[in-house]
Ligand binder design. Structure first.
Ligand SMILES: Cc1ncc(COP(=O)(O)O)c(C=O)c1O
Length: 366
């Protein structure tokens, strides 16, 4: 038998989540964010599954766009961080890409380059994330310079990113939005604004384009879930099996450092999945897993290739039992990646993008 670990990707769920984003924002166009290999799901497969639905895809850099173009994806693709060096503009032009522009040097490079057809540009404004973008005071001037070269630049939009759209406390989010609304009204500029949390929770912040990422993959980014976020469907199921069972006497330790000590005569299943596959080593004892569709808890530190689960309460579980690390069990039971992430003191984004090639992706539906 082959090592049983797989990352099963449900492309129908991806389409369903995309349709939710689209339907939540009927006055906005939804660009599907496929950066970081579609958050670990496989960008080419996800692009193929969404190409008849999404009017555009977003990636972080030109290499990610080239991967999609080489696979035959013809949907418009926007580079969310734009170019990293001026020489990339020739490739942007050849591939018909759209670019974000966030820095003076990018503006200069763009103004010095003559493309075969004008390049669609999203001018990035720093409305409060304080990561990339022009200050609102500077943005008006850059906007005018880019508008003045229609042979080089077309379809100009103002783009910005929210720092706290996921938070229950809306103060800072509202401050960012007010600033953007004022700027876009002053410049008469269409906007590209909402990430997943803003798409799910803030209709007034969708903009002409919204940019859902993690919600497409079925993770709920909101600090306080709402009806829409509760209807997201997991796309990735990280699945393995029990490969050995140990009977552990009360007080005996399990695994490195003996972190878990059996509080009773315990049955412990050994699962073929570890941090060498991308499962987070920060997972604490009790981190949930589904064994044959029933909840059980991690027992002991995660090893490179294996982890251990307390199955004392599951007498029918044994060698060959299905283990779901997150996602949906064969029985239909769901273990939310957001819940697993909380036990690892992290977020779903790091778990999803951290799944390594050693866990083969298997695609279903689409
Ligand atoms: C500029 C930009 N837009 C959109 C997204 C999508 O965000 P989310 O995955 O929270 O929807 C990201 C992700 O980090 C981003 O950097």
């Amino acid at each position: 038998m082959a090592r049983p670990l797989t990352a099963d990707i449900n492309l129908n769920a991806l389409r369903q989540n995309y349709c939710l984003a689209r339907d939540l924002a009927p006055h906005s166009q939804s660009v599907a964010v496929l950066k970081a290999d579609a958050y670990g799901h496989g960008a080419v497969a996800c692009a193929r599954a969404l190409e008849d639905l999404a009017p555009a895809f977003a990636v972080a850099c030109i290499e990610e766009a080239e991967t999609l173009r080489m696979a035959g994806i013809e949907v418009p693709i926007v580079l969310l961080e734009g170019i990293f060096e001026a020489e990339e503009l020739a490739r942007v032009d050849a591939l018909g890409l759209w670019i974000a522009v966030h820095s003076e040097w990018q503006v200069e490079a763009l103004l010095a380059f003559m493309p075969h057809q004008p390049i669609p540009v999203w001018l990035k404004v720093d409305s409060g994330m304080h990561r990339l973008g022009f200050s609102p005071a500077r943005a008006a001037d850059v906007w005018a310079r880019l508008q003045a070269v229609p042979e080089r630049v077309t379809d100009l939009h103002l783009m910005s990113h929210f720092a706290t759209a996921d938070a229950i406390e809306p103060g800072y989010f509202r401050r960012q939005l007010a600033l953007l609304n004022e700027l876009s009204a002053r410049l008469d500029a269409p906007t590209c604004l909402a990430n997943s949390p803003a798409t799910l929770a803030w209709p007034e912040a969708h903009g002409a384009w919204n940019r859902p990422g993690v919600m497409l993959y079925g993770s709920d980014p909101l600090e306080g879930a709402n009806d829409a976020s509760r209807s997201l469907v997991p796309v990735m199921t990280l699945r393995s099996a029990i490969i050995a069972v140990r009977e552990i006497a009360t007080g005996e330790p399990v695994g490195y450092g003996g972190r878990f000590k059996a509080p009773y005569p315990a049955r412990v299943g050994v699962v073929a999945c570890g941090y060498g596959d991308g499962y987070d080593r920060h997972a604490v004892d009790g981190t949930p897993l589904l064994v044959d569709g029933q909840r059980a808890g991690l027992a002991g530190k995660v090893s490179m290739d294996m982890l251990t689960v307390d199955i004392t309460h599951l007498p029918d579980a044994g060698i060959g039992s299905e283990v779901v690390l997150w996602g949906q069990a064969v029985s239909g039971e769901v273990l939310s990646i957001d819940e697993v992430a909380r036990y690892c003191d992290t977020i779903s984004y790091t778990l999803l993008t951290g799944v390594l090639p050693r866990a083969p992706r298997r695609y279903h539906g689409g």
